[in-house]
Design a protein around this ligand. Structure first.
Ligand SMILES: Nc1nc2c(c(=O)[nH]1)N[C@H]1C(S)=C(S)[C@@H](COP(=O)(O)O)O[C@H]1N2
Ligand SMILES: [Mo]
Length: 320
């Protein structure tokens, strides 16, 4: 995993902002695509649906501001959308933006199962409407040493968990990303085990800071940033924030997580941002914000001290 400096990001890679579509246009597009699919006798999945492309950059209505937001300078949109870790598309951070362009995020269902009372398969749009969308400006730090400040849009994962009604024996939540070799060229390579999986302890998952995310910068998530649904866990390294979620599974045992499977001595289950515990191959004491040149100190829990009590009594050097 090579770290390229933010300064290397060419400003020519600015996402065209003239492509904004309003919600009505999008809905009409979907209806049209559906009708065409029925007429042609094929499922929507089989069509190069223009509506799925139109999703990104659609404005999200009625967003409320969140008290959890930082007032730090927001990282430019062009950096956040052109420098991505998304191995299903590529291990080159500059490539997901282009390779995910036609990724189909509708129709999309999420399976909610395991040790809960309300097992169900939900349409992603049903999930998105579960609660009021909030804008949460979070610091987000990659284990590789770069960080971003992003106005994510979503609501606390706890909203979904409450509705799933977990049984007392459910102690962990496991998330899985879509597996689709036709759409995700990176999955043809064995660079990681597929599908990408991640997990949280139940108390971590229930913490109000843990964000179930479907938008950013006031708009629907761009595909390369994890559309249609991803996690954002601001006190943990970026790899915990799984993209393109298709399953939320409740279990009594600690789930495995992709980067831990790949390199157990380098990436743990907890992966809390911790400047005092170095990665075996590099220091974690400082970070570089995309768009900036200087390095800044990395803060314990990425500065989200309110989660400290979740780990009281735990040896965070062992539980890295
Ligand atoms: N499914 C999936 N989720 C993923 C990844 C991935 O490769 N696949 N990369 C992770 C890593 S390492 C980081 S740093 C963040 C990057 O999110 P961003 O591209 O929105 O900044 O996504 C995380 N979620
Ligand atoms: Mo990362």
């Amino acid at each position: 995993m090579l770290i390229k400096k933010a300064a290397d990001i060419p400003s020519s890679e600015i996402t065209p902002k003239g492509l904004y579509l309003n919600r009505r246009k999008f809905v009409a597009g979907t209806a049209l695509a559906s009708a065409a699919a029925v007429a042609a006798g094929v499922g929507l999945h089989e069509m190069a649906s223009p509506s799925s492309v139109a999703q990104a950059n659609t404005k999200i209505d009625n967003i409320q501001k969140s008290p959890f937001s930082t007032s730090e300078t927001i990282t430019p949109y062009k950096d956040v959308t052109n420098y991505n870790n998304y191995y299903e598309f590529s291990s080159d951070k500059y490539e997901p933006a282009g390779l995910a362009k036609n990724f189909k995020t509708r129709p999309w269902t999420v399976t909610i199962d395991g040790q809960i009372k309300k097992k169900q398969v939900l349409d992603v749009d049903t999930i998105i409407k579960m609660a009021t969308p909030e804008e949460r400006v979070y610091r987000h730090r990659c284990v590789e040493g770069w960080s971003i400040v992003v106005p994510w849009v979503g609501f606390s994962l706890s909203e979904l968990i409450k509705r799933a009604d977990p049984l007392p024996k459910a102690k962990f939540v496991e998330f899985s990303t879509l597996m689709d070799l036709r759409q995700m060229p990176g999955q043809r390579s064995r660079v990681l085990e597929w599908p990408y999986v991640e997990g949280l302890r139940m108390d971590e998952a229930m913490h109000p800071l843990a964000l179930l995310c479907f938008g950013m910068y006031g708009e629907v998530l761009p595909n390369q940033d994890g559309a249609p649904l991803r996690m954002v866990i601001p006190w943990k390294y970026g790899f915990k924030s799984i993209k393109a979620i298709v399953r939320v599974h409740f279990t009594d045992s600690q789930p495995s997580n992709t980067w831990n499977i790949s390199a157990p001595s380098e990436y743990g289950f907890y992966s809390n941002v911790n400047p005092h515990v170095d990665h075996p191959r590099w220091s974690q004491a400082t970070e570089r914000r995309l768009g900036e040149f200087r390095k800044r100190p990395t803060l314990m829990f990425n500065g989200y001290d309110q989660v400290a009590s979740l780990y009281s009594g735990m040896d965070l050097k062992k539980n890295f």
